[in-house]
Design a protein around this ligand. Structure first.
Ligand code: AKG
Length: 253
């Protein structure tokens, strides 16, 4: 039997809450390299307004950062995070989308409460359709524009009456992802989550990698370029970039 990627504590925490925090997922050396790669990507993106992404007051979004730099591509398979994603989703894991989010200072929320998977959730171990990983590139304090989640909401039935709130920050019972740079957190795509307001003077910077199953379509606008696919050297990377037969592609085979 394969060695489990999650400890018992992590498995219990993930199953109970629908999310898992991985402190110091990036070492100091890795964080520096990733941050420099993200800065390079941002500079290229800013210099060419035709590049895809959002350029609004509330969110600056470098769409598909894996296209910009091999360091950002390789985070897809980070050795202390990807095995957990694979354990949750299974051997047919694939990439669905990826982003670099910069939440500017003194801005309202850019995303109200939602889940990422529109399909009705069912409580079955093999029904997890998406897992999204955030890597924090800056410290995120209270009021710093971080993600918030409702623990256990991946098991809410489709008609669950979510409290109506004026602003995402007003949601009772939310848990805020206020963690130091280098932290990763991941969550089941059925977890209700939101972006909170950034009331600080500093941008929040986070890389986001969303995974699903190989038979699912990669989100429109995130289909890997031919150049990126040509450079995929490993079975893992090829599968994550959607290379293979629509059905039956699996890291187990
Ligand atoms: O910016 C955030 O923390 C939340 C982003 C979000 O809602 C999402 O990725 O679906």
């Amino acid at each position: 039997m394969a060695v489990a990627a999650m400890t018992d504590m992590q498995r219990l925490s993930y199953e109970t809450n629908g999310f898992l925090v991985l402190p110091e997922a990036l070492s100091a050396v890795e964080l520096k390299a990733v941050r420099e790669a993200a800065d390079r990507a941002e500079a290229v993106w800013r210099s060419d307004p035709s590049r895809p992404g959002a350029r609004g007051a509330g969110l600056q979004q470098v769409q598909a950062p894996i296209e910009y730099d091999p360091v950002l591509r390789d985070l897809l398979v980070h050795p202390s995070v990807f095995p957990i994603v694979r354990e949750i989703l299974g051997d047919d894991v694939s990439m669905i989308d990826n982003d670099y989010f910069i939440t500017p200072p003194h801005q309202k929320s850019h995303a109200g409460w939602h889940h990422d998977v529109g399909m009705r959730g069912v409580c079955h171990p093999q029904s997890t359709l998406m897992v999204k990983v955030f890597y924090l590139l800056t410290d995120v304090p209270e009021g710093g524009g971080g993600t918030a989640m409702i623990p256990g909401s991946h098991r809410f039935h489709a008609d669950f009456p979510l409290p109506k709130v004026d602003a995402p920050d007003d949601m009772p019972g939310k848990v805020c992802m206020t963690w130091p740079a280098g932290t990763a957190y991941l969550f089941n795509g059925r977890v209700y989550h939101a972006a909170l307001a950034n009331q600080t003077a500093f941008p929040r910077r986070a890389l986001i990698y969303n995974y699903g199953h190989f038979w699912m379509k990669i989100w429109s606008g995130y289909e890997p370029s031919e150049a990126l696919k040509a450079g995929a050297q490993t079975l893992e990377m090829r599968q994550l970039l959607g290379i293979g037969d629509a059905y039956g592609t699996s890291l187990a085979s």
